[in-house]
Design a protein around this ligand. Structure first.
Ligand SMILES: *Cc1c(COP(=O)(O)O)cnc(C)c1O
Length: 383
């Protein structure tokens, strides 16, 4: 084991892949805003760099850091989470293959399966992943991949990563986990047997709502090479400035996640006792489906909270519009708190499908502001 791999999470987040610059001593990796690199004679590459779609030093720093914080051997950075997912699907699946996806997958992921890859002959079955018998029953001889999100967006459904890995491997398939909601600070799927971790780095890893990006991390070097080949061949790579922003965000992930978790716990306390709230979805609640699995495989319950309000869709929309400090907007995982109506916003693309979400549902991304200010804003918004 290298010295680095024995370091704690925060140390790896701040240092992995980020040795001070050899030429200048710069303590953070510079933004290599460059497309091509001088060769010292044909094929004489300095440090392996040739053209920035294939590799760029700022992106390399991020990719090494991603691998370290997810406990993998290879990280790859993409222009968005969906670009990462698309590259993964085109690497491990072919027309006629089958994928199991969560019954409440992220809307954009579902759309990628249903409207894009289905056209090219990739078959998929939405299954509630909390029900392992249903997962086993959905396996086909052609199943190549189980796509798992845990916790899910927006209902915070929990899936047992170790159990799904066993089912996938027993069927000769791979398990991919979208780890966006938990972040590697709270959950490391590769250590639980998953083959691939995917991130929308737009969310907690970036952490400041100022960049769109994606990532894949794997524990098998050969799979890493195949993914890297497709990353370059397809071309949806993260640019140097975006890579730098994500790398900068990751440095504070540990302290941010602690505060996201404690603020969310206080928000959940308020919501569970509020007369205008009929149901709260949060993996930290003892009666939340999958709570025991979440407590086993996560190191905290995260900053995402959803709830249903008395009075149906119109009241849910009114709560979203009355909130002030909780900014009305899509996305999640930034330092600022956000509120949204999944049915009309993030999950509008699954309306009418088997993944439709309740119309009285409100989703919060609890930020790291002062908790009393957040609670006061929510109390006012709830009326
Ligand atoms: C945002 C998100 C994605 C998609 O990522 P982009 O960076 O927007 O492409 C995928 N999965 C989850 C859980 C997300 O929240």
């Amino acid at each position: 084991m290298s010295e680095e791999s024995t370091h704690g999470f925060a140390t790896r987040a701040i240092h992995a892949g980020q040795e001070p610059d050899a030429a200048t001593g710069a303590v953070v990796p510079p933004i290599y805003a460059v497309s091509t690199f001088k060769q010292d004679g044909v094929g004489g590459l300095r440090g392996g760099y040739e053209y920035s779609r294939s590799a760029n030093p700022t992106r390399t720093a991020l990719e090494e850091c991603l691998a370290s914080i997810e406990r993998g051997v290879r990280g790859l950075a993409f222009a968005s989470g969906l670009a990462a997912t698309d590259t993964l699907l085109r690497t491990v699946c072919a027309p006629g293959d089958h994928v199991i996806i969560p019954g409440d997958a992220y809307g954009g992921t579902y759309r990628l399966f249903a409207r894009v890859h289905a056209k090219w002959g990739l078959e998929y079955t939405p299954v509630p992943l909390g029900d392992l018998d249903a997962v086993r029953a959905a396996i086909r001889p052609t199943t190549k991949l189980i796509w798992c999100e845990t916790p899910t967006n927006p209902l915070l459904g929990i899936a047992d990563i170790a159990a799904l890995a066993e089912i996938a491997h027993g069927a000769g398939a791979k398990l991919a986990v979208d780890n966006t909601f938990a972040s590697p600070y709270l959950q490391t799927p590769l250590e639980l047997g998953a083959d691939i971790v995917m991130h929308s780095t737009t969310k907690y890893l970036g952490g400041h709502s100022d960049v769109v990006g994606g990532a894949l991390v794997v524990s098998d070097a050969a799979l890493g090479d195949e993914l890297a080949y497709h990353q370059n061949a397809i071309g949806g790579v993260a640019g140097p400035f975006d890579s730098w922003l994500v790398l900068r965000g990751i440095k504070t992930l540990a302290v941010r996640m602690e505060k996201h978790c404690s603020n969310a716990a206080a928000v959940v306390d308020l919501l569970t006792s509020h007369r205008n709230v009929t149901h709260v979805f949060y993996p930290g609640l003892p009666d939340h489906p999958g709570h025991d699995v979440a407590a086993k495989q996560m190191r905290g319950f995260g900053g995402m909270v959803s709830f249903r309000v008395v009075g149906g869709e119109s009241d849910a929309l009114a709560v979203c519009e009355r909130a002030k400090l909780f900014t009305l907007g899509e996305s999640l995982g930034g330092v600022e708190s956000l509120i949204e109506h999944p049915g009309r916003m993030t999950h509008a693309s699954v309306a009418g499908s088997e993944l439709e979400v309740p119309s009285d549902l409100v989703r919060l991304s609890v930020g790291i502001e002062d908790v009393d200010d957040l609670l006061a804003d929510l109390r006012r918004a709830l009326g």
